[in-house]
Design a protein around this ligand. Structure first.
Ligand code: ATP
Length: 522
């Protein structure tokens, strides 16, 4: 297996080669950090979105969904704090002329020290029998020294951010002797704040008053509709409003493929609760969301919680669900206790009451909010990178469709219900009446599942192409089919084939790819 850097490169080229993800406007050399989803990518993306929607909206009677516009009244973003505070601290290296997020440079430096600790622990674990990792972490002087360094940096950084002391942020970079990965020098500029919102003009006259923003998060469309939904849906607290949709951020450092994009899609849910109960709900939603991830069958150790050191301007508690991408553990989803910050400010800026009348204890209040916010594109990358397997075969495998000694296949082991195509339908050869029979089956199945028909090329190559896009099942129509009305059903992961009757095909396939199996585990 390739090392993780090569592996990531292979995944990126695989995503392009098989119609999952293309660079935006590629014929013009692309647009930085903007991507298009191709024929298979858009299907996979839709399936992930639908799985989230079913889990959040369909399965929770007190959660309902909306679809708000991308453009909003500009005062929305004043009230939400995004005009004044949606900034990233940026720093330039004078030699490489590259721009970085100061907070990311510091976090990466801390992660390197953390990695050193892990190495020490691993080394010691190999040396001692009955090794107690917890004891070792607390007593080993070298580890203690590293930990002290981490705590010092974190504390300085947190204080600097809280007080808006950008000179101190730069000083931390200087004191940690952080070098530019490109130029290798420490020739840094001062740290400056940079607002991440894209703006444009509405109407035909170019005036400041007409400036509107492309939403940097979908959440505000939910907040401004809070009372509309509560009243028309007759919702009682606690209740949630869910939404999926595009968001836009002028990211300073846009890299790592679809991990950090300037146009991306969020799947967010705001849960409105009685003030004082928010921590209970925050903890419950942490657990529920982690459970959603785990039902996909991705091993638990690929996920971890990470509590926020730096709380956003609206939060009183926040954590990330991190996923182990090929480039390391990174944020996949955020769970935030947003207090009443947003609704209170919208009340203030709009002059309209945004309160809930609680009939249980006869009082009006502004609800508190617990938010779950996941990037659809990041989830796509998590599924894609985890499913991508390069397999090498040591010996000839009769059911592998022609794979022999030393041959390889790339397979996407996507959970079947998420796969872009559910069934490939193939006549063994394009003659003797087999294509006609195959079409007949295809034309029945396509009403139930996304299917794919192909008759060109050897059957082995056709299987390989379906493996590469993660199609869980292939059906082959051969000469025997014409005699006894049976076909072979081939399983993507085991490559085993079984013969089943044509009348059974749709039931067997539907059962295997049925999303309900996964939803029931939630
Ligand atoms: P990061 O620290 O990685 O910039 P964030 O903490 O700013 O992310 P949130 O504002 O909490 O992110 O957004 C919620 C979710 O939206 C994130 O967990 C992530 O999955 C997704 N997301 C945020 N920014 C981007 C982006 N530029 N490209 C793709 N997905 C994104």
């Amino acid at each position: 297996m390739a090392n993780s850097e090569d592996l990531f490169k292979n995944i990126i080229s695989h995503a392009k080669e098989y119609g999952f993800i293309f660079q935006s406007s590629e014929i013009y050399d692309g647009l930085s950090a903007v991507y298009d989803y191709g024929q298979n990518g858009s299907l996979l993306k839709n399936n992930i979105r639908e799985y989230w929607w079913k889990a959040m909206v369909q399965l929770n009677e007190n959660i309902t969904g909306i679809d708000a516009a991308i453009f909003m009244h500009p005062t929305t973003w004043k009230a939400s704090g995004h005009v004044d505070a949606f900034n990233d601290p940026l720093i330039d290296n004078r030699d490489s002329k590259k721009r970085y997020r100061a907070d990311v440079l510091i976090e990466e430096h801390v992660a390197k020290i953390e990695a050193k600790i892990e190495k020490e622990v691993e080394k010691a674990a190999k040396r001692f029998e009955n090794f107690d990792a917890v004891l070792y972490r607390t007593t080993n002087p070298r580890v203690a020294e590293y930990q002290k360094k981490i705590d010092e940096i974190n504390l300085r950084f947190k204080t600097a951010l809280e007080t808006g002391d950008l000179a101190e942020v730069k000083q931390i970079i200087v004191d940690c002797e952080i070098v530019d990965p490109v130029s290798g020098t420490r020739n840094w500029t001062d740290v400056r704040q940079f607002n991440l919102m894209f703006s444009t003009q509405m109407g035909s006259v170019t005036e400041d008053a007409n400036v509107i923003y492309l939403r940097p998060e979908t959440a505000q469309g939910i907040f401004v509709n809070f009372l509309n939904v509560q009243k028309t849906g007759r919702m009682k607290i606690p209740f949630g409003i869910a939404q999926t949709g595009k968001a836009f951020r002028n990211e300073i450092v846009a890299r790592q493929f679809i991990f950090r994009m300037r146009e991306f899609e969020q799947m967010e849910m705001q849960y409105f609760v009685k003030p004082g109960t928010e921590m209970e709900w925050y903890n419950r939603w942490k657990e529920k969301r982690m459970n959603w991830h785990r039902t996909l069958g991705i091993p638990a150790e690929k996920y971890r919680f990470h509590d926020h050191l730096k709380l956003a301007h609206y939060a009183n508690a926040a954590c990330d669900i991190e996923f182990e991408f090929p480039f390391g553990f990174k944020e996949l989803e955020g769970i935030h206790s947003r207090t009443d910050f947003d609704l209170k400010n919208h009340e203030k800026f709009s002059g309209k009451k945004l309160q809930y009348f609680d009939t249980d204890d006869n009082q009006n209040y502004i609800p508190y909010v617990v938010e779950t916010s996941i990037g659809l594109d990041r989830m796509f990358l998590a599924v894609l990178s985890h499913s991508y397997k390069e397999e090498k075969f040591a010996s000839a495998n009769p059911s592998s469709g022609g794979l022999s000694d030393g041959s390889k296949r790339v397979v996407l082991q996507i959970p079947p219900f998420l796969a872009p195509i559910k069934v490939g339908v193939f006549p063994l050869v394009a003659k003797d009446g087999l294509p006609e029979k195959a079409h007949e089956i295809f034309n029945t199945l396509r009403y139930e599942q996304q299917c794919f028909y192909e008759e060109k090329d050897t059957i082995g190559r056709r299987y390989r192409r379906q493996d590469a896009i993660g199609t869980p099942y292939c059906i082959t129509i051969d000469h025997q089919t014409l005699q006894d009305n049976t076909v072979t059903l081939r399983d993507r992961d085991t490559m085993q084939q079984e013969r089943i009757n044509v009348s059974e095909v749709s039931r067997v396939v539907n059962e295997k790819v049925d999303v309900r199996q996964w939803l029931k585990r939630l």
